[in-house]
Design a protein around this ligand. Structure first.
Ligand SMILES: *Cc1c(COP(=O)(O)O)cnc(C)c1O
Length: 222
C-alpha cells in the first residue's frame, strides 16, 4: 500500500471531525486541530503548514528547540507544548511555545510566569490511576487553578487530559465527560482532549482542542 499524502490524511481527519460535529450539533470553528509532530522532522511542520495546518503540538522542549529555526518564521503558526514539562525547562518552553498545555504544579506555573512574556496555559489533569501518567489530580485543582490565576502573565484557558490508551475509543468517553465537568466547575472554556483514535468521541464530549499525530503523519514507529 502506498502511504497516503498529508493532504489525503488531513481530508480524512476533517471528514471525521465533520461527522462528530454533526452528531453533536457543534461548529467547526469551535475546534482547534493541533497537529502533533513529535518524532517527525521540521519538514513535517512545514508540510503541515503548506497543507493549511496552523497549530502544532510537540512533546519535548529540546526536540522542538532543534526544529525551531526552520519553523520560527511561519506566519500565524502556533506551537503548543503537550508533553510533560520539568520546571528547569520552563524558561526555554515559555520562549519557544505559544501555549503550554501541561501545567501540573504551582511551582511550574510560577516558573513560566517568571519568564516575562504572556503565555496561554492549560492544566493537565490526571483522571486515571495509571502511575506513569503526569498531570494534577482532581483534588489538587482548587489550589492549582488559584495559583495559575494568580500568575499575571499566564492566561489559563482550559484543561487537558490523556485517558489510558485503549483500542476502543468509547472507553475514553467517561474521562472526556469528567474533564468537561471539571472545567465547568472552574468556568474554563478550553478542553484539550482526543487523539487519533478517539477524537470523534472527544468532540462529542465537548473538546475544543484535539491533538492528532498518527492520523495525519502516520506511525511514529520506524
Ligand atoms: C503523541 C501525543 C498525541 C498524538 O497521539 P496520536 O495517537 O498519534 O494522535 C496527543 N497528545 C499527546 C499528549 C501526545 O503525547
Amino acid at each position: 500500500m502506498v502511504a497516503s499524502s498529508l493532504a489525503d490524511s488531513l481530508a480524512a481527519v476533517e471528514e471525521r471531525i465533520a461527522t462528530a460535529l454533526a452528531a453533536s450539533g457543534r461548529r467547526r470553528d469551535e475546534i482547534t486541530l493541533i497537529a502533533v509532530t513529535k518524532v517527525f522532522p521540521a519538514s513535517a511542520i512545514l508540510e503541515g503548514y503548506e497543507a493549511g495546518l496552523r497549530d502544532f503540538g510537540e512533546n519535548y522542549v529540546q526536540e522542538f528547540e532543534a526544529k525551531y529555526p526552520d519553523v520560527a518564521s511561519l506566519p500565524d503558526a502556533r506551537f503548543h507544548l503537550i508533553g510533560h514539562l520539568q520546571s528547569n525547562k520552563a524558561r526555554r518552553a515559555a520562549e519557544l511555545f505559544h501555549s503550554v498545555q501541561t501545567v501540573d504544579t504551582p511551582k511550574l506555573a510560577r516558573r513560566l510566569n517568571d519568564q516575562g512574556r504572556p503565555l496561554d496555559v492549560m492544566i493537565e489533569v490526571r483522571l486515571s490511576e495509571e502511575e506513569s501518567k503526569s498531570g494534577a489530580l482532581p483534588d489538587e485543582l482548587p489550589a492549582l487553578v488559584e495559583a495559575v490565576r494568580a500568575c499575571d502573565r499566564l492566561r489559563l484557558t482550559g484543561l487537558m487530559t490523556m485517558p489510558p490508551w485503549s483500542e476502543d475509543a468509547e472507553s475514553a468517553r467517561p474521562y472526556f465527560a469528567r474533564l468537561r465537568e471539571l472545567a465547568a466547575r472552574y468556568s474554563l472554556q478550553g478542553l484539550s482532549m482526543g487523539m487519533s483514535n478517539d477524537f470523534d468521541v472527544a468532540i462529542e464530549e465537548g473538546a475544543t482542542h484535539i491533538r492528532v499525530g498518527t492520523a495525519l503523519f502516520g506511525s511514529r514507529r520506524r
